[in-house]
Ligand binder design. Structure first.
Ligand code: SF4
Ligand code: SF4
Length: 162
């Protein structure tokens, strides 16, 4: 059995605490622009969308990289970035179907969620428990993923504007 990072879009308040926690643990800074999770929020409607690597099975990011800087762990689906090989071209970010990849504001090396090696720090800091680290067989997984797919389509315009 393995765990998955589950997002409950209905519980997310868009507070960005997760993004701050992520940048702190990975970059030693409170800066959502250096986070591996992106929270997009439309203030007028209070709608928010959470974008992060979903360890997708097709993983087009790895194929798009002309430098072979991205590798995928076949067991966990986690993508690892070799910063020495990466030229910061952004090809991976363009093809990610979940718009999950942000380039580091200074080095331009892609920031991709690595699930903190199995204990995601963002989950620990999400007060309304919109982020959950649950067993893949948990009964909520199918339902929340279905809802998330529908919401992602509904929020397409917010995502494309980002
Ligand atoms: S970064 Fe995007 S394309 Fe690459 S595995 Fe994650 S979700 Fe898939
Ligand atoms: S910490 Fe939780 S509620 Fe706040 S933005 Fe992140 S996912 Fe949403």
């Amino acid at each position: 059995m393995s765990n998955v990072l589950l997002v409950d879009m209905e519980k997310c308040t868009g507070c960005k605490q997760c993004a701050l926690a992520c940048s702190l643990t990975k970059e030693d800074l409170f800066d959502p622009l250096r986070s591996r999770i992106k929270i997009l929020k439309r203030e007028k409607t209070a709608m928010s969308v959470q974008l992060l690597c979903e360890q997708c099975s097709g993983h087009p990011c790895t194929d798009a990289c002309p430098e072979d800087a991205l590798t995928r762990d076949e067991g966990t689906g986690i993508i690892t970035v070799d910063a020495d090989l990466c030229t910061g071209c952004g090809a991976c970010a363009k093809v990610c179907p979940y718009h999950a990849i942000r380039l580091h504001p200074e080095t331009e090396v892609p920031l991709i969620c690595d699930l903190c090696g199995g204990d995601p720090y963002c989950v620990q800091h999400c007060v309304p428990e919109a982020l959950m680290w649950v067993d893949e067989t948990d009964e909520r997984v199918k339902e929340k993923k279905k809802l998330r797919a529908a919401r992602m389509a509904q929020y397409k315009s917010i995502i494309e504007e980002s």
